[in-house]
Design a protein around this ligand. Structure first.
Ligand code: SF4
Length: 83
């Protein structure tokens, strides 16, 4: 699970914006203005049943991380958390 969903900066972060891009997900912010320091992104290649491949991008650690539990959900109430 990506730590960004519980990070205070999820709606300002350029790195998270790029993670959304790679997931093909809607952006939580159209104009992120903050550069994360030393984000470590874990990329998993998944083989789908149809033989195609997809990738899963998760930020696993980041020097800019500041915990704010439920931050992503507070911006998108009622929506399923990104995988
Ligand atoms: S953990 Fe780092 S990469 Fe993720 S939203 Fe926070 S600042 Fe951005």
């Amino acid at each position: 699970m990506c730590i960004c969903i519980n990070c205070k900066f999820v709606d300002r972060c350029i790195t998270y914006h790029n993670v959304e891009e790679n997931h093909g997900a809607d952006h939580i912010s159209d104009l992120p203005d903050m550069e994360a320091i030393n984000p470590f992104i874990h990329v998993t290649v998944i083989e789908e049943e149809n033989g195609l491949h997809s990738t899963e991008w998760d930020v696993r650690s980041c020097d800019s991380y500041q915990e704010e539990l439920g931050k992503w959900s507070s911006i998108r109430p009622g929506m399923e958390l990104p995988a």
